[in-house]
Ligand binder design. Structure first.
Ligand code: 3HC
Length: 298
């Protein structure tokens, strides 16, 4: 089955990244804004990101324009009707996603694949509200989507092998390296990365090391591209907390529970890079560890 047109519901960081990658591979995209707001703003975010690549000599102007031309922005879910694949990338809320899948089934053709980009929610639970369950699967991208090579193709309880094959082929066509994963909470990457970030927060709370010492240690001692605190800020602390809660809900093990400091930062609205403050304070250039979290041993 050839996927020629893709619908994306949700135009946040992930949705736009997914749109960019797919359009770069020469496939038409309908990007639907899931919440009220300006379509121009979403389009401008895409254009600005691509313009930066042009500025840095990574892309020519013609390629940039053809990518932008391939993405149609819309405020209506109905516009994904002609798509062969729809990927949802809306808020991490199971009720919202289930309702969306039910609406999508009324819009698209019977053969259209419905995929979720959820980070830790159950694909099978979304599948359960659908009539044509065999076409439901997970297609999990990583941030920054244009850079990270992995896509986790999630095989949920009743996903057909035809759907899985189509998604594996599609992932390769858009330049990614897919792995097939069974539907378990957090799949592979988030199931391992989440406790790793949570444990780093516990080390900070225990006074084992400072934020920059722990980040530095993991970068230079384990070749991580970012330390756990930079990564958590990059992903968004609200997202990390949600991942922690979802995984804990499933495995009920202490190592997956959210540490106090993470909960407090989210309660205060310090969500990482997107709010300019999290474990680091990004209002300073270069960013400095958040002074409110300085531990006595520092
Ligand atoms: N869009 C396009 N290109 C980008 C980009 C973006 N948003 N961000 C970086 N790049 C490109 C740069 O152009 C550069 O390309 P080049 O090598 O051709 O010059 C390359 O990526 C490296 O970028 P930089 O030199 O600016 O910065 P770094 O070398 O520090 O790399 C990073 C930045 C790629 C973000 C790197 O730090 C990294 O890999 N961090 C870890 C990210 C990670 O673990 N992501 C997964 C998070 S978990 C997740 O997403 C799951 C979800 O469910 C929550």
């Amino acid at each position: 089955m050839e996927i020629k047109k893709v619908g994306i519901i949700g135009t946040g960081t992930m949705g736009l990244g997914v749109a960019q990658v797919i359009a770069t591979a020469g496939i038409d995209v309908v990007a639907v804004k899931a919440t009220p707001g300006s379509l121009d703003r979403a389009r401008n975010t895409l254009v600005t990101g691509l313009a930066k690549l042009v500025e840095r000599g990574k892309m020519d102007e013609g390629t940039k324009n053809s990518i932008v031309d391939r993405v149609t922005f819309s405020a209506s879910e109905q516009d994904v009707a002609p798509c062969d694949l729809v990927i949802e990338s809306v808020i991490e809320d199971i009720t919202t996603k289930k309702a969306l899948f039910q609406r999508l089934e009324q819009i698209v053709a019977k053969e259209c694949i419905l995929a979720t980009n959820t980070s830790t929610l159950s694909v099978t639970e979304m599948m359960a509200v659908c009539t044509e369950r065999v076409r439901v699967a997970g297609l999990h991208f990583f941030n920054p989507v244009p850079v990270m090579r992995l896509i986790e193709v999630i095989h949920a309880f009743e996903t057909s092998s035809k759907t899985v094959t189509a998604l594996m082929e599609f992932s390769r066509k858009v330049g990614k390296d897919p792995v097939l994963v069974q539907d378990t909470t957090g799949f592979i990457v988030n199931r391992l990365l989440t406790p790793y970030m949570l444990e780093a927060v516990r080390l900070l709370e225990h006074g084992t090391g400072t934020i920059d010492a722990i980040d530095h240690a993991l970068m230079t001692g384990a070749s991580m591209p970012m330390g756990p605190f930079s990564l958590a800020d990059y992903i968004g602390l609200d997202v990390v907390l949600a991942m922690s809660n979802n995984i804990y809900q499933d495995v009920r093990q202490q190592y997956c529970s959210a540490p106090h400091t993470l909960i407090r930062l989210v309660q205060l609205g310090y969500l990482g890079r997107k709010t300019n403050k999290g474990f680091y304070d990004y209002s300073k250039k270069p960013a400095i560890p958040n002074p409110q979290l300085r531990h006595p041993v520092a």
